[in-house]
Design a binder for this molecule. Structure first.
Ligand SMILES: Nc1ncnc2c1ncn2[C@@H]1O[C@H](COP(=O)(O)OP(=O)(O)OP(=O)(O)O)[C@@H](O)[C@H]1O
Length: 354
């Protein structure tokens, strides 16, 4: 089922939490709403769900206007961070709940419910746990039950609000795989809220990046990472180094370094370079070589993160390289090196001088 969000505006009292949100979600897509705390992700999800009403705008499911439909008539499944399972019910009964409470006319028979629950238990690999109670499961297992419970009623749309937020990093990763697998299996249009960019980039077909109640950019993980449309998106998606300077005739001048910026307008600008988009050398090789001193070396498995201090401005830079390359170069703390951007994106500082 497709979702269209049209001109949605939401106020809490006089506070405007969402401003003119427009978004089209294709049937069967898995979409992540990603943004810092307070950017309006949960508000948007709740409006899609019908748990919250917007002041302005419409919500369409399969092009039909659902704006004023009650949550129970939208057939959406929910998984929340703290959407506790029923503590006094077994895992089996928790999953069966949504089917058992259906009005008699549309309620499946006992055998049918049983079969469905068993299938779901198999899918989330918890067959052996059906007679346990939620308190006898781990956090990750409980969220798998929550996913199975949400899917049991065959929702048109699955909405997840920080579903893995309360779990540790390793379990979160595992659950991402579950979400992706279950999503592919059921092909249900899914929207999940997260503030974890790695989670969004890893799981979603497309990522919606939100900030201060607005959408900054929508795109596939590759699009938003490789072609961020503004400084906010650049900064939000992974570690980035900033070079404040001035563009003159296709060159960004920063400190005593000149970097090629052929497509940039002249004026006060900031260059953005991701940590892995530097070349690190022991000799200068051009006007864009930034003389620096290694301040800190941090090894993280196959990747080495090096913090260097620019000699011209004393500003720190973060550079990432493979361990293999790091060993080849024989780098150590205190050594002088030259870092050069492989890929630079320049945004004009429109606010400069205002
Ligand atoms: N019921 C409410 N009453 C008043 N203000 C609210 C209410 N719900 C949310 N807000 C405010 O609206 C803004 C957006 O909140 P929302 O929960 O949608 O953001 P979020 O991006 O999901 O944040 P988080 O990641 O912290 O959950 C915040 O500033 C929040 O304080």
């Amino acid at each position: 089922m497709s979702i269209i969000v049209e001109n949605i505006t939401k106020y809490y009292g006089s506070y405007q939490a969402l401003t003119n949100i427009n978004l089209e979600i294709k049937s069967g897509e898995l979409i992540a709403l990603l943004g810092p705390s307070g950017s309006g992700k949960t508000s948007l999800l709740r409006i899609i769900a019908g748990l919250e009403q917007a002041e302005n705008g419409s919500i369409l499911f399969n092009e039909e206007n659902y704006t004023h439909k009650h949550v129970k008539d939208r057939n959406v499944g929910f998984v929340f961070q703290h959407y506790a399972l029923f503590r006094n019910m077994t895992i089996f009964d928790n999953i069966a709940y949504g089917l058992k409470v259906r009005p008699r006319k549309i309620r499946p028979g006992k055998k049918e419910i049983e079969q469905k629950v068993i299938e779901l238990l198999q899918l989330v690999k918890l067959e052996g746990y059906k007679d346990r109670y939620p308190s006898q499961l781990s956090g990750g297992q409980r969220q798998r039950v929550a996913l199975a419970r949400a899917l049991a009623v065959e929702p048109n749309i699955l909405l997840l609000d920080e579903p893995f937020g309360a779990l540790d990093a390793k379990v979160r990763k595992e659950l991402r795989r579950w979400l992706r697998r279950l999503h592919d299996e059921f092909n249900v249009t899914s929207v999940f809220v997260t503030h974890d960019q790695e989670e969004a980039m890893d799981v979603a077909d497309r990522v919606v990046i939100m900030n201060e109640g607005k959408i900054e950019q929508v795109g596939t993980p590759e699009e938003v990472y490789d072609h961020p449309i503004n400084p906010f998106v650049y900064d939000f998606l992974g570690s980035v180094n900033l070079f404040k300077g001035n563009v003159q005739q296709g060159k960004l001048v920063t400190g005593n370094v000149e970097m090629n910026a052929p497509d940039s307008e002249d004026g006060v600008s900031t260059g953005y370079v991701r940590a892995h988009n530097f070349i690190i050398e022991t000799e200068a090789s051009g006007k864009d070589s930034i003389a620096s001193i290694i301040d800190h070396i941090h090894t993280m498995g196959a990747i080495v993160r090096i913090e260097v201090i620019r000699e011209d401005t004393n500003e720190p830079l973060e550079v990432e390289l493979t361990k293999e390359h790091y060993i080849q170069l024989g780098l150590r703390k205190g050594a002088k090196v030259f870092v050069r951007p492989k890929e630079l994106k320049v945004f004009v500082d429109y606010m400069a001088g205002i």
